[in-house]
Design a protein around this ligand. Structure first.
Ligand code: C2E
Ligand code: CA
Ligand code: CA
Length: 568
């Protein structure tokens, strides 16, 4: 082959390769004449735009315009092409079927030998999918998938920005942290789907309470955070906190069920409590935990002196995790005496935590902590097992003795409750008729229908049921007959003033009468004096429990006590 032949071959081969590439490349290509009318398009053009080659030749690419971009956009594009020979950028176009798509477009001007524009070549790739994915990613990164409200990331970013603005203008800003006191209840009983629905409804209701300038975010689980910028007075935030608590009072209808939730809120202020956005959130969180400990369904404003030392609680929480394996729990037993016969008919198991450094920690301190951390489930199982075991032992001498066991809300709601009860009963081989579960009104009331169902399951196993601390909850006397209960335990706060306030005496008398008409056993708790004891006996109360009879006793003191009592 001569040199000339090689050159010709290279040229032909080269143009064949180019032709092949241009025709088969997945980027769309448009070639126009100097007026901008289309003279050639490749296969990919047809695929992306939906136009056939024959229907587009001779037309202006304007046909693809989506209407999204204004005239200035195209003007600037053409200016660049004329002045610099090319333009590159993102553009939104319309397919033949009307669907919009986003393309990454490069336009080149092609010049002839006289340096005049002879053609334009546009090369584009459809990036709609990637764009959508990016948008989706952005959304996922910034918004909570369940409720659609901002997530922790976006909230923190906004808070950082807004604290800067607040600092510049000398403004106050509030951060409010709250979580739902009974969310776990819904998740555990109705499943996660219902839980998600509830979260959505809660978010919607709270948004309705807030103003446009406020931000509501979900940090995960049942934790929500509100940011209120440009606060003119503390009272403004307190009003919002009250409105949220009030606003949650009406039931949420989820899957046809009425669900009651309450919230505990904590508030911190910028710059008073901290100028750092992370600390602001943490302080609001601490105040919220304090609100929970003080009885839930309330709000608490952060105060350095009160909440600054929460590290102590963290240490306690750590110790609580270890308490079980270290064997630091024990049960004490408080006797219940039948007034008519003066016999000890049963004992109530009350848990004790003997902390290695701090000594005895009362259940009122660590049970709420155990509830918050979920440790209550393991603790309760231990209590049930231990109580069943020791009842078996006690019944060797006192075969008719009953055992009362306290059950916290989360344990009552636990799926495995019935299985566990059955297991403990069969392992220890006790007669379930001698077991009584104590539940408070606040455990039963939020979802009475579910509670009744569960109580019926418990009763089917012949286990007895008592309502504990009766009178302190928010229930009315009238609903009581709906619950299949055996015992009503009048809260000790009514007994305390029994002989000094006539009002208390009337309430106690009414409860005793009502118990009788419902055919349930009425127990008075916290009986400390002979006067109280006599009053209760006169009014026909069935049983008493309290220091007047005996303090809760460790197991090895209980047997001698029972023995002596019998001998009396
Ligand atoms: P509770 O079920 O109402 O138990 C009665 C409480 O009253 C006990 O307090 C008992 O020691 C106390 N008490 C008894 N007689 C008198 C009296 O005459 N006067 C006064 N002022 N108090 C009296 P304790 O043992 O500190 O328990 C406090 C609460 O902790 C219990 O209240 C119960 O709600 C909870 N708790 C105790 N043990 C358990 C448990 O094993 N599981 C669960 N979930 N909760 C428990
Ligand atoms: Ca009790
Ligand atoms: Ca009680």
């Amino acid at each position: 082959m001569s040199n000339g032949d090689v050159k010709l071959f290279q040229q032909t081969a080269f143009s064949n390769i180019i032709k092949h590439v241009v025709e088969n490349i997945k980027e769309g290509i448009i070639i126009t004449d100097e007026n901008g009318d289309i003279v050639w398009v490749n296969d990919a053009f047809e695929v992306v735009t939906g136009y056939k080659r024959e229907e587009i030749i001779g037309k202006n690419p304007r046909i693809l315009q989506s209407g999204i971009h204004d005239r200035a956009f195209y003007k600037q594009m053409w200016k660049a092409i004329i002045e610099h020979g090319h333009w590159q950028g993102e553009i939104c176009n319309k397919r033949k079927d009307g669907e919009l798509y986003v393309e990454w477009l490069t336009v080149h001007a092609i010049y002839d030998s006289e340096e005049q524009i002879a053609n334009y070549v546009a090369i584009f790739s459809d990036i709609t999918l990637q764009k959508n994915q990016l948008e989706q990613l952005k959304k996922m990164a910034h918004y909570d998938m369940v409720t659609g409200i901002p997530n922790r990331y976006l909230f923190t970013k906004r808070l950082e920005e807004l604290t800067k603005i607040a600092a510049r203008y000398g403004q106050t800003l509030a951060v409010m942290f709250f979580d739902l006191d009974r969310f776990k209840f819904v998740n555990d009983t109705f499943g996660h789907h219902a839980g998600d629905l509830l979260l959505q409804k809660v978010a919607l209701r709270i948004k309705g309470i807030l103003q446009k300038k406020d931000t509501l975010a979900r940090f995960g689980g049942d934790e929500f955070v509100v940011m209120i910028p440009a606060v003119s007075h503390d009272e403004e935030v307190i009003r919002v906190a009250r409105a949220i608590i009030e606003g949650l009072k009406a039931p949420f209808v989820v899957n046809g069920q009425d669900i009651y939730v309450t919230a505990s809120l904590g508030v911190s202020f910028f710059p008073r409590d901290s100028e750092d956005s992370t600390l602001l959130i943490r302080n609001a969180d601490r105040a919220m935990h304090s609100a929970k400990r003080k009885g839930k369904n309330r709000f608490e404003i952060y105060s350095q002196s009160e909440h600054g030392s929460d590290a102590v609680d963290l240490a306690l929480e750590n110790d609580l995790h270890k308490a079980m394996e270290r064997g630091e729990f024990s049960l004490h037993y408080q006797p219940l005496v039948h007034l008519a016969t003066n016999e000890v008919v049963g004992v109530e198991a009350l848990i004790r935590w003997n902390h290695p450094e701090r000594g005895f920690i009362p259940p009122a301190t660590f049970i709420p902590l155990a509830e918050e951390t979920g440790l209550i489930v393991a603790i309760s199982q231990w209590v049930m097992e231990e109580a069943c075991r020791q009842l078996k032992e006690l019944q060797r001498h006192h075969p008719k003795l009953k055992m009362n066991i306290n059950l916290s809300t989360s344990c009552f709601l636990q799926h495995e409750l019935i299985d566990n009860l059955e297991r403990f009963i069969s392992c220890t081989n006790i007669d379930p008729r001698y077991l009584e579960i104590e539940l408070t009104e606040s455990t039963l009331m939020p979802n009475a229908a579910f509670a009744i169902e569960r109580l019926v399951q418990i009763k089917k196993r012949q286990i007895k049921i008592a309502i504990d601390d009766f009178g302190t909850g928010f229930s009315s006397l009238s609903y009581l007959h709906r619950f299949p209960i055996d015992t009503l335990k009048i809260d000790k706060s009514f007994i305390r003033h029994l002989s000094s306030y006539r009002g208390e005496a009337a309430i106690v008398k009414a409860i005793i009468d009502m118990g009788r008409s419902l055919n349930v056993t009425v127990v008075a708790e916290g009986v400390e004096t002979e006067k109280q004891y006599k009053f209760l006996k006169d009014y026909g109360c069935d049983c008493v429990q309290g220091y007047y009879i005996s303090k809760p006793l460790p197991f090895d003191e209980l047997l001698p006590f029972l023995h002596e009592w019998k001998a009396e």
